[in-house]
Design a protein around this ligand. Sequence first.
Ligand code: NI
Length: 175
Amino acid sequence: MALRDILILPDKRLRQVSKPVAKIDSAVKKLVEDMFETMYDAPGIGLAAIQIGEPRRVVTMDLSKKEDEKQPQVFINPEIVAESDEKSAHEEGCLSIPEYYEEVERPAVVTVKYLDLDGKVQQVEATGLLAVCIQHEIDHLNGVLFIDHISKLKRDRVTKKFIKAAKLAAKDAAE
Ligand code: NI
């Protein structure tokens, strides 16, 4: 396992559309291990492979509470096959946009089809936090960030802030 760097806004790679996994081989399993290590270290509850620079349709997640046992979940090539008309709003954050939180409205219930690590087709009807998280992560696989769902004014403001921070960091590194 290896701890990987998490890409931060405005890194352009976050806007890439990730490619489906054709075969769950040792490279994919290694990627999943790295993703869990990186996600738990952050700490975060969900991570898409592109957030560590790998444009593959792989998502890791653990929605267990701190005091409970870990519940690692892997979604390979996840796809939303049905969604409710009913919407629900939830405050979201993202490891690629650290320390920024904003309420996002999404379908309250989604049915997700995906492959597990054994390559078996699975389907889940996600509600609550799982519904929020899986939609957020599938967005990542399509180059979409949660700030794309908020007002342009707010999005521009946070984007500018991160562009400025990246410039400062680059300047510090050059000196
Ligand atoms: Ni995210």
